[in-house]
Design a protein. Structure first.
Lengths: 285, 315
């Protein structure tokens, strides 16, 4: 009714913008669905038990990705173990201790800068800093990833620290608790959701990282124990995908790895959404 | 505040039993020392991020300067030929710089309109259900590893370009632009949606009351109100596109040509570093560090712009 009274020009604008918006949204949705379906269709048939449980052997000309899976797990573990205390500690400093606006601004600016640096530069600096001193190994890769993921953990923890009500802290102080005790017993338990979300996001980023690992962790496919593994070079799943696709032309294996990575990405996304909604619900109650 | 109260208590206690009070005063000061130490530890942890930025900057500058000095800044930045392994090596990175700029611009030209329109749709028109489903789809897109984009690009996009445009090799600047456009979509959509969601409802209500249609309101009131946030989204997209290495390496052909046409095999700043790092040494390796320094310089400019826009958005 209202539309009938509009001039032709306004009607045209209305129609054009509405079409463009809906077309763009559909295009985005189609892209996501296409990528998911295409990779899964090409990859899943290639995922065999042999592929998952073996290592590459030139004798039998068989390709196995077990070492890459194990390396990925090692690197995720090592990175998270180091970055968690650092990131959470930095966030606690920013929200609980820091009183100087200048220091806070400086640290926050540094964290933003870190999150904007591309991974290839991390790879290069990681190579100079870590690989040149300890050799190309998973640990060098993990340390590089620690710097990369520091801002993520810092930001998510900080955001959830801000939502812990000030009255909780005051109540604990009023009961005579010292600052450290308040942080340990009142503040930290209140921001578990932020820490967990940060962990999930970081794990996702580590799983998808390749450029930063190429020159720090190398691309060997040896199967090692944890300690040995961290001290020796190894490819994660993404690096293995790159090597198989680009250098060796083994597209079947590459797609199998891509499918595994896609499934993990979906799971990680669900986990992150779940944790966030779960805790927001609880907080509201 | 609590500390002051406790010292008062100590003073009264001392009158009652000197020995016990001495003991508890000792405990108090030990307690305070521990608090100071913990404060110091947290300060150190907080400063790690600053330390990392400093170390990265210093390392890149120190390792990037020697080659620039040896080659000459002008010859390095504006030299049109890169032949690092030739008998008479040439280190001109203009092809890489131009490729990175063209590639990023191309990705922005394709990605920004699509991302922007999608964001307006999600923020203003979509039902809550559609919005939440689409938002998880967009997060999904952001989470896909870049090598997977590269793989799909290699096997779908590159042959597609070869067939559609009838060129000898589909691995080209165009393929890289398309892949980059898709990869920056999630950053643009997410940030624009946040900015559009934050526009006060009253602005839109006022516009409705004046007789504007919803679509007119969204584009002529909401979008201008959110323009800093949307600009920040675009800048973030630029940063992502210029820094992407692996996906581009897999689809752009990786030959150090000048980017004369969309169908040329090209090499970006990022891929220039990545593709020769493994076997380089001497001046060649130093030149790669210099390329990284140039890339870092671009990124710092983009970061500064992003920070400026975000600060304005907050105000």
């Amino acid at each position: 009714m209202l539309n009938q009274s509009l001039s032709k020009k306004r009607k045209g604008f209305e129609l054009l913008m509405r079409t463009l918006m809906i077309a763009s949204a559909i295009l985005t949705a189609v892209l996501v669905v296409f990528l998911l379906v295409y990779v899964l269709l090409e990859g899943v048939p290639n995922i065999t038990w042999e592929l998952l449980s073996g290592k590459p052997s030139y004798l039998t000309e068989r390709i196995g990705i077990l070492p890459d899976i194990v390396n990925t797990i090692y690197i995720v573990l090592a990175t998270m173990l180091i970055v968690l205390p650092l990131g959470v500690g930095a966030a606690i400093y920013l929200t609980e201790y820091a009183s100087d606006r200048k220091i806070v601004g400086m640290i926050e600016y540094a964290a933003e800068t870190l999150s904007g640096i591309p991974s290839i530069i991390y790879g290069l600096v990681g190579m100079l800093l870590f690989s040149n001193s300890m050799g190309t190994c998973l640990m060098a890769g993990a340390l590089t990833l620690v710097i990369m993921n520091l801002p993520t953990i810092m930001r998510t923890t900080q955001e959830s620290l801000k939502t812990v009500p000030q009255s909780y802290r005051e109540g604990a102080f009023g009961l005579g608790a010292g600052k450290w005790r308040v942080i340990r017993t009142v503040v930290l338990p209140g921001c578990v959701d932020g820490i967990v979300t940060g962990c999930i996001l970081s794990v996702g980023r580590i799983l998808g990282e390749s450029a930063a690992l190429l020159f720090t962790a190398g691309f060997a496919h040896a199967l090692n124990g944890l300690i040995n593994g961290l001290a020796s070079p190894g490819a994660t799943l993404t690096v293995a995908l790159y090597v198989y696709a680009k250098e060796q032309g083994e597209f079947g294996v590459a797609f199998a790895i891509a499918a595994i990575l896609m499934i993990l990405t979906v799971l990680i996304n669900f986990a992150a959404t779940f944790v966030q909604s779960h805790y927001t619900k609880r907080r509201r109650v | 505040m609590p500390i002051k109260e406790n010292t008062n208590k100590n003073r009264t206690m001392r009158k009652i039993d000197p020995l016990q009070s001495l003991n508890s005063w000792d405990k108090k000061s030990r307690h305070q020392t521990i608090e100071h130490i913990i404060h110091g530890i947290f300060l150190l942890l907080g400063l790690i991020a600053v330390g990392c930025v400093l170390v990265i900057t210093v390392y890149l500058v120190i390792s990037g300067i020697p080659a620039i000095r040896e080659i000459g800044l002008f010859d390095f930045l504006f030299g049109e030929e890169w032949a690092s392994t030739a008998a008479e090596a040439r280190y001109g990175i203009l092809p890489f710089i131009l490729t990175s700029i063209y590639g990023t611009l191309g990705a922005i030209v394709i990605g920004v309109p699509i991302g922007f329109m999608t964001a307006v749709y999600l923020s203003k028109l979509a039902s809550p259900r559609v919005k939440s489903v689409m938002q998880s789809a967009v997060s999904m897109l952001a989470g896909i590893p870049s090598v997977v984009y590269g793989l799909v690009g290699m096997l779908v996009l590159v042959p597609g370009i070869r067939k559609v445009f009838d060129v000898p090799d589909g691995a080209s600047l165009l393929a890289a632009i398309v892949v980059l456009a898709i990869m920056i979509l999630p950053s643009i959509i997410k940030m624009s949606v946040t900015a559009l969601d934050a526009v006060p409802k009253e602005y839109e209500d006022a516009s409705f009351a004046l007789g504007a249609t919803p679509i007119e309101t969204y584009f002529k009131v909401s979008v201008p109100a959110a323009k800093s946030g949307i600009a920040a989204a675009v800048v973030l997209g630029v940063g992502r596109a210029i820094g992407e290495a692996m996906a581009v390496m897999m689809v752009a052909g990786n030959v150090p040509n000048m980017p004369d046409s969309l169908f040329q095999s090209v090499r970006f700043l990022t891929t220039a570093v990545a593709s020769e790092m493994a076997y380089s040494s001497g001046l060649q390796q130093q030149a790669l560090f210099s390329i990284a320094l140039v890339l870092f310089f671009f990124i710092m400019l983009i970061n500064a712009a992003l920070n400026f826009l975000l600060k304005r958005e907050k105000e």
